[in-house]
Design a protein around this ligand. Structure first.
Ligand code: NAD
Length: 498
C-alpha cells in the first residue's frame, strides 16, 4: 500500500506518529493509499522548519521572490495535467473539472507574481516642516492553511502563493481525503527554487489541526471547510492571539424570475448544481422559482438532470463523477429520502444510480426535488451533493427575503432580463459573492473571495487585495533628518503640524 508522507524542510517524512487514514478512489470504491496522520510533534517540526526559514525568506528581495514565483507558475502550468489526475483519482471529479481547478489556483499564483506592485506603500512628503511619512507592510511569520477535500489544489493555492510572496513561511494541513496534490505542489516549489522550510505539508486530522491552532509560533491561520469547524477554528485560533480567516459552508440560492430565458437558466442551473457532483462551496443547491417561472423551469432542469453523463472522472465522456466517500454518498441518499418523507416531490431521482463497470463507486445520480419548503432537511442542511432543491415563491422581494433568512451567505445568483430587479437583488442580499445571469460567481484572483454570515468567520476574504492585507501588517514611519544648524522645536504639548 502506497504511503503518503509529510513534507517538512524540503523532505518527505513519515513523522513520529504511526496513525494513518485510508485514501480511496471514489470511482471504484477501493482504497488506493494511506496517508500519515501527523501528531503534535510533527506539526511542531514543520512549524520549526518554517520558523527557521522565515529569517532568510522574509529578507529575500522582492525581485528574487518574484523570480521563484514565476518559476513555480511555469512548473504548475507544465504539470497541470498530472496534478489534475491526482485530484481525479482521490476526489472523484472529472478530469476537465480538476484541470479547471488547477487553472483557477494558477491564477492566484499569477496574481502573486505581481507582489512588488501589491506591496507598494504610501509616501507623503513634508507632512510637517522637514517631516515625511511613509508606510510599508511586513510579513507576519509562520502562517498555516487548513483546507477541505473539495478543491485539493485550488483552495490551498488561494492561500500559499500570496502568503509566500508576502515573505511568510507556510505550513499546509490539506484534507486527509485527497492529500497527493499538495505533495506534488511541494516538489514543484522546491524545483522552482523556493528555499526548504518555506513551504511545508503536514497531513492529519483534528490532532494536527489543534496543534497548529495552539502553536505559539504560528501567527495566522487560513481555514476553508464546513461551518462548525470554521467556527471552532476561529474561536480557538483567535483565543491564542492568531489572525484567523475561516471560510465555512454554504447554501447558495439562484433566483429565477419569470422574465428569465428558461433554457439559458436551466442550462446554467444544472451545471452549477451537478458540476463536481455538487461538491463546490459555490454550487447552486436551492433554485428559487418566482411566480410563473416555476413549472417551465422545473421541466427544463429535469431534462438537463436526466441527460448528465455520470461516470468515472477518468472517463473523458463523463460530465459528473462520484462523491468523495461512501459516508458522503450515504448521507446524501439519506437526505433525499427525508425530502420525500417530508412532502417534497423528487422529480429526478439519483438514488440507486449504478455506473457500469464501477458498481462499488460512490455514485449519486443528479437529483431534482421540487416543492421544497424552508423547514425541510434538504433545505436547512448543506447537502454537498448533486441535489437541486426548488423552492417556489410569489415575487422577487419574497425571494430576496428567503435568501437573507438563510444563515449562510457565500454565493447567490439571479436569472432575469430586468436590470431593475437585478440591481434590487445585488443591493438587497446579505451575501458576499453575487452573480447576475452568472450562476457560480467566483471572483477572479485579483478580487477577493469570501462569504458573509455563517460562511466566513473573521474580517478578511482570501486572495486578491484582502489576501495581501491578511498576510502582512503595516508600519507607518514618520521621519525627520534635521540639518546641523536646526534649532530644536521639542515641546511638552502634543505635537501638531507646522
Ligand atoms: P471539513 O470541515 O470536514 O474539513 C476541513 C478541514 O478541517 C480538513 O483539513 C479537516 O481535516 C479539518 N477538520 C475536520 N474535522 C475537524 C475537527 N473536528 N477539528 C479540527 N479540524 C478538523 O470540510 P470538508 O468536508 O473537507 O469540505 C467541505 C466543506 O467545506 C463544505 O462545508 C463546503 O461548503 C466547505 N467549503 C467552503 C468553501 C468556502 O469558500 N467557503 C470552499 C470550499 C469548501
Amino acid at each position: 500500500m502506497r504511503t503518503i508522507e509529510h513534507w517538512i524542510a524540503g523532505k518527505t517524512t513519515t513523522g513520529s506518529s504511526d496513525r494513518t487514514a485510508e485514501v480511496f478512489n471514489p470511482a471504484t470504491g477501493d482504497q488506493q493509499a494511506q496517508v500519515c496522520l501527523g501528531s503534535a510533534a510533527d506539526v511542531d517540526a514543520a512549524v520549526a522548519a518554517a520558523k527557521d526559514a522565515f529569517g532568510g525568506w522574509s529578507q529575500t528581495s522582492l525581485s528574487r521572490r518574484t523570480k521563484v514565483l514565476f518559476a513555480f507558475r511555469e512548473l504548475v502550468n507544465a504539470h497541470a495535467g498530472e496534478i489534475a489526475e491526482l485530484i481525479t483519482d482521490e476526489h472523484g471529479k472529472v478530469l476537465s473539472d480538476a484541470l479547471g481547478e488547477v487553472q483557477r489556483g494558477l491564477e492566484v499564483v499569477e496574481f502573486a507574481c505581481g507582489i512588488p506592485s501589491l506591496l507598494k506603500g504610501d509616501f507623503s512628503d513634508q507632512v510637517s516642516t522637514d517631516v515625511d511619512t511613509f508606510s510599508f507592510r511586513e510579513p507576519l511569520g509562520v502562517v498555516a492553511g487548513i483546507t477541505p477535500f473539495n478543491f485539493p489544489a485550488m483552495v490551498p493555492m488561494w492561500m500559499f502563493p500570496v502568503a509566500i510572496a508576502c515573505g511568510n513561511t507556510f505550513v499546509l494541513k490539506p484534507s486527509e481525503r485527497d492529500p497527493s496534490a499538495s505533495m506534488r505542489i511541494a516538489e514543484l516549489w522546491q524545483q522552482a527554487g523556493l528555499p526548504d522550510g518555506v513551504f511545508n505539508v503536514v497531513h492529519g486530522d483534528k490532532e494536527a489541526v489543534d496543534a497548529i491552532l495552539d502553536s505559539p509560533d504560528v501567527a495566522a491561520v487560513s481555514f476553508v471547510g464546513s461551518t462548525p469547524i470554521a467556527r471552532y477554528i476561529h474561536e480557538r485560533g483567535t483565543a491564542t492571539g492568531k489572525r484567523v480567516q475561516a471560510l465555512g459552508g454554504a447554501k447558495n440560492h439562484a433566483i429565477i424570475l419569470p422574465d428569465a430565458d428558461v433554457d439559458f437558466a436551466a442550462d446554467h442551473l444544472a451545471a452549477a448544481a451537478f458540476g463536481s457532483a455538487g461538491e463546490r462551496c459555490m454550487a447552486i443547491s436551492a433554485a428559487v422559482a418566482v411566480g410563473d417561472a416555476a413549472d417551465a423551469l422545473v421541466a427544463a432542469v429535469n431534462d438537463r438532470a436526466r441527460a448528465v453523463k455520470v461516470g468515472s472522472g477518468r472517463d473523458r465522456d463523463s460530465e459528473m463523477g462520484p462523491v468523495v466517500t461512501r459516508a458522503a454518498q450515504q448521507r446524501i441518499l439519506g437526505l433525499i429520502d427525508t425530502g420525500e418523507t417530508q412532502g417534497a416531490a423528487v422529480t429526478v431521482d439519483g438514488r440507486g444510480y449504478v455506473v457500469e463497470g464501477h458498481e462499488d463507486g460512490f455514485f449519486v445520480g443528479p437529483t431534482v426535488i421540487d416543492n421544497v419548503t424552508t423547514d425541510m432537511d434538504v433545505y436547512t442542511q448543506e447537502i454537498f451533493g448533486p441535489v437541486l432543491s426548488v423552492v417556489r415563491v410569489d415575487d422577487v422581494d419574497a425571494a430576496i427575503t428567503l435568501v437573507n433568512s438563510n444563515p449562510y451567505g457565500n454565493g447567490t445568483a439571479i436569472f432575469t432580463s430586468s436590470g431593475e430587479a437585478a440591481r434590487r437583488f445585488q443591493r438587497g442580499v446579505h451575501v458576499g459573492m453575487i452573480g447576475i445571469n452568472v450562476p457560480v460567481p467566483v471572483p477572479m484572483a485579483f478580487y477577493s473571495f469570501g462569504g458573509w454570515k455563517d460562511s466566513l468567520f473573521g474580517d478578511k476574504h482570501v486572495h486578491g487585495p484582502e489576501g495581501v492585507s491578511f498576510y502582512t501588517r503595516a508600519k507607518v514611519v514618520t521621519a525627520r533628518w534635521p540639518r546641523a544648524s536646526h534649532t530644536s522645536d521639542a515641546s511638552y504639548h502634543f505635537p501638531t503640524s507646522k
